[in-house]
Design a binder for this molecule. Structure first.
Ligand SMILES: NC(=O)c1ccc[n+]([C@@H]2O[C@H](COP(=O)([O-])OP(=O)(O)OC[C@H]3O[C@@H](n4cnc5c(N)ncnc54)[C@H](OP(=O)(O)O)[C@@H]3O)[C@@H](O)[C@H]2O)c1
Length: 289
C-alpha cells in the first residue's frame, strides 16, 4: 500500500512521516507540493498513484485567517477539493484532517460527528468548507477526522510555549474557562495510520486523546511533569486575553463513532503528555558507554 502525506514539514506531517518510515510512503512538504495548485496536485497524484493520502497541509494561523480568509480558503477548502478530485480520477482514499473549530463551542457535552456545525471564525469556516468539498468530490473514499488541541511540535504549540515560559517567568496566567482534549501529535499520527489501514464507512470521525481539561489544567500538568511547581500557573479567564479569532469555550469531541468503527481507544491526555515529556528527557540525555 502506498501512502502520500501532504504538509510533511508541519507538526502532524512530521509525525506521520515518522510513523510511516517503514512503509511505502511519499511525504511531501509545501515546497514539494502546494495543495492550493490544482495542476500540481493532479500531477503528484498521477505520478505517485497513492492508495491513501493523508492531508496534513493546512493554513493554521487562526488569528491571521480573520483578516486573510481568502488565502485560508484556498489552502483549507480548495486544497482538499483538489486532492479529492485527483483521487476520484486515479483511485485511492483521502483522510482529510479537520478541527473542533467547525463547531460553535457552546456545547456542554462532547460533540458527535453529525452534530450541527457553526464555525465562529474564518479558520473554522474554511476548514468546514474543506470537509464539505472533499466529501462531495470523493463520497465513498474520504474520511474527515476532526481533532483538537494538538501539541508536540515541531513548530509552535501550547506545551512548548508553557515549557519556555516556565523557564522565563515566575508565574504564568492561563485561561481556565475553555475546555478541550489535549492531543499529543504522535498519538494522532499513529491513529491516522491505523485508520488508513482500516476500511471505514463513516464520512466523519473524531479523534483526540481521551478525557478533558482546561488550558490551565494542561499548563499545570506540563509544569508538574517538568519538575516545576504547578502553583506557578495561575487561572485566568479568556476575556482577559482578547484575540482576533474567538476560541471555542467547549471543544470536547466524542470518540463514539471512532470506537464503533473498531479503531483503538485513545489513551488519557495526561498519559500521552507524560510520554512526550519522557521522550524529550530521553532525547536530551547524554549518551553513555
Ligand atoms: N494544531 C492544532 O491544535 C490543531 C487542532 C485541530 C486540528 N488541526 C488540524 O490538524 C492538521 C495539521 O495541523 P498542524 O498542527 O500539523 O499544523 P502545522 O504545524 O501548521 O502544519 C501545517 C503544514 O501545512 C503546510 N502548508 C500550508 N499551506 C500549504 C499548501 N498550500 N500546500 C502544502 N502545504 C501547506 C505548512 O507549511 P508552512 O509552514 O510552510 O506554511 C505546514 O508545514 C491541520 O489540518 C489542522 O487544521 C490542528
Amino acid at each position: 500500500m502506498r501512502w502520500l502525506v501532504t504538509g510533511a514539514a508541519g507538526q502532524l506531517g512530521h509525525h506521520l512521516a515518522a510513523a510511516l518510515r517503514n512503509e511505502d510512503a511519499v511525504c511531501l512538504t509545501r515546497a514539494d507540493l502546494d495543495i492550493a495548485s490544482e495542476a500540481a496536485v493532479a500531477a503528484a497524484i498521477a505520478e505517485h498513484r497513492p492508495d491513501i493520502v493523508i492531508n496534513a497541509a493546512a493554513y493554521t494561523q487562526v488569528d491571521a485567517a480573520e483578516t486573510d480568509e481568502a488565502t485560508a480558503h484556498v489552502i483549507n477548502a480548495d486544497g482538499p477539493a483538489h486532492l479529492a478530485a485527483a483521487l476520484a480520477e486515479h483511485g485511492g482514499r483521502l483522510i482529510q484532517v479537520s478541527t473542533d473549530y467547525v463547531f460553535d463551542g457552546s456545547a456542554t457535552q462532547p460533540y458527535e460527528p453529525d452534530d450541527q456545525t457553526g464555525p465562529q471564525t474564518a479558520y473554522g469556516r474554511t476548514k468546514l468548507a474543506g470537509e464539505v468539498a472533499a466529501l462531495a468530490a470523493l463520497p465513498r473514499r474520504c474520511t474527515v477526522v476532526r481533532t483538537a488541541w494538538v501539541y508536540g511540535g515541531p513548530g509552535p504549540n501550547f506545551v512548548d510555549t508553557m515549557l519556555r515560559l516556565e523557564a522565563e517567568r515566575d508565574f504564568v496566567d492561563v485561561v481556565s474557562d475553555q475546555i478541550g482534549s489535549p492531543t499529543w501529535v504522535a498519538d494522532l499520527a499513529g491513529a491516522l495510520v491505523e485508520l488508513g489501514a482500516t476500511p471505514v464507512a463513516d464520512p466523519v470521525l473524531h479523534y483526540t486523546n481521551s478525557g478533558s481539561g482546561s488550558w490551565f489544567d494542561l499548563a499545570r500538568e506540563t509544569f508538574r511533569l517538568a519538575g516545576a511547581d504547578p502553583d506557578r500557573v495561575r487561572p485566568t479567564t479568556a476575556d482577559r486575553f482578547p484575540r482576533p479569532a474567538p476560541r471555542p469555550a467547549w471543544s470536547v469531541l466524542s470518540p463514539r463513532r471512532w470506537l464503533a468503527a473498531g479503531l483503538t481507544k485513545a489513551r488519557p491526555w495526561q498519559e500521552a503528555l507524560a510520554d512526550l515529556m519522557a521522550t524529550r528527557r530521553a532525547a536530551s540525555r547524554p549518551e553513555t558507554g
